[in-house]
Design a protein around this ligand. Structure first.
Ligand code: PLP
Length: 395
């Protein structure tokens, strides 16, 4: 087989071809699922060479498997990163990266709007249990990030755009602050997928995905991937080996299959979400819409600069808690479910669902108001999505 220089191919071509390997023994076009825990050595010398690293062959699936390696190689290529690693979930990727980069006494500048479980990991485990200092900062303001940096800062952790208000951080400007320092910029790129945003190109050191979302795209698998500079990702492999939160071969197979249509799906998610956002913005029952593709978004210019599209996820506000619940009970097409990035439209009401256990004052301070609705716009015909939301809002 001829080898291409992937960096010279178009992006949709790279999505298909990067990391794709034809099975060398059977010629199977699709990589077989290497559903095995261990790999047999021909003799003692080969076993020794595999463990010493002089022979790169496989040993044991916690230490590497062809299906996860192919997926990691593909996502790294799609983000122009030197290396990638797969994990059992997005949270497994985030926690292992953080355990690798920080220790007791180190300081982290963290975005004040983060995925709920990431917030809990930082606050409960890293800070309260392991003594890592965490400063929660409004990362939409570069000056505030700059002011928060201390001599012991090791990580600036961003999620952009972030739930619930789709607030963004200027990755390039923040990365610039870390030039000549030991500080690593880590970006949760789940909402945009590699298709619309490439944090490594913008100067970040590590980019993380909950592959559960747009990379898989079909809502049938939970997984995580971290990509970045080899001098971070290669040593991170030792932590993956010791902590053990690996992705299984079958999950990697499903993600490798799902990601092939990333370009088509992201274009459609984006096109539908923009139309839905515009519809909601003009709806009498809707108080506010948060979507980076709307001109009304306070950081619309930044969105156009650092992303090549606006994604498929948005949030909006209805008048009250009761109205939010009523909407949930009135949708007929949208699935009432958490998660995002699925080909199906998913809708949820954080105040009565994901954030119901939070005290109201704390919940509202983090931007999750009583009437906030999170919508992951699917790839159905947009007229059907709009009609469903319209009837449910008027119910
Ligand atoms: C879902 C999600 C995560 C967590 O990923 P899992 O695969 O569920 O562990 C992290 N960050 C963001 C932005 C997410 O949407």
């Amino acid at each position: 087989m001829k080898k291409h220089d992937f960096s010279k191919l178009g992006y949709s071509t790279r999505i298909l071809h990067a990391g794709h390997k034809v099975d060398p023994t059977t010629g199977s076009h699709t990589m077989p699922i290497y559903q095995t825990s261990t790999f047999v050595f021909e003799d003692a010398d080969q076993g020794a060479a595999r463990f010493s690293g002089t022979d790169p062959g496989y040993k044991y699936s916690r230490l590497g498997n062809p299906n996860t390696d192919a997926l990691a190689e593909k996502i790294a290529a799609l983000e122009n990163a030197e290396a990638g690693l797969c994990f059992g979930s997005g949270m497994a990727a985030i926690s292992t990266v953080m355990f690798h980069l920080v220790k007791t006494g180190d300081h982290v500048v963290a975005a004040d709007a983060l995925y709920g479980a990431t917030f809990a990991l930082f606050e409960k485990t890293l800070k309260n249990k392991y003594g890592v200092e965490i400063d929660w900062v409004d990362t939409s303001d570069v000056e505030k990030v700059k002011a928060a940096i201390k001599p012991n800062t090791r990580v600036i952790y961003l999620e952009t755009p972030a739930n619930p208000t789709m607030k963004m951080a200027d990755i390039a400007a923040i990365a610039e602050l870390t030039k000549g320092t030991e500080i690593k910029v880590v970006v949760d790129n789940t909402f945009m997928s590699p298709y619309f945003q490439r944090p490594i190109d913008l100067g970040a050191h590590v980019s993380i995905h909950s592959a559960t979302k747009y990379i898989g795209g079909h809502g049938d698998v939970v997984g995580g991937i971290a990509v970045g500079y080899a001098n971070i990702i290669k040593p991170l492999f030792a932590d993956l080996k010791e902590i053990g939160p690996i992705m299984g071969p079958f999950d990697a197979f499903l993600l490798n299959r799902g990601v092939r249509t990333l370009a088509l799906r992201m274009e459609k998610h984006n096109e539908n979400a923009l139309k839905v956002a515009e519809f909601l913005e003009g709806h009498p029952e809707v108080e506010a819409v948060y979507y980076p593709g709307l001109k009304s978004h306070p950081q619309y210019e930044l969105a156009k600069k650092q992303m090549s599209g606006f994604g498929g996820t948005l949030s909006f506000e209805v008048k009250s808690f009761e109205k939010g619940k009523k909407l949930m009970n009135s949708v007929k097409l949208a699935h009432l479910a958490v998660s995002l990035g699925d080909v199906h439209t998913l809708i949820q009401h954080p105040a009565s669902m994901t954030h119901a256990i939070m005290p109201k004052a704390e919940r509202e301070a983090s931007g999750v108001t009583d009437g906030l609705i999170r919508l992951s716009v699917g790839i159905e015909d947009v007229e059907d999505i709009i009609a469903d939301l319209d009837q449910a809002l008027r119910a």
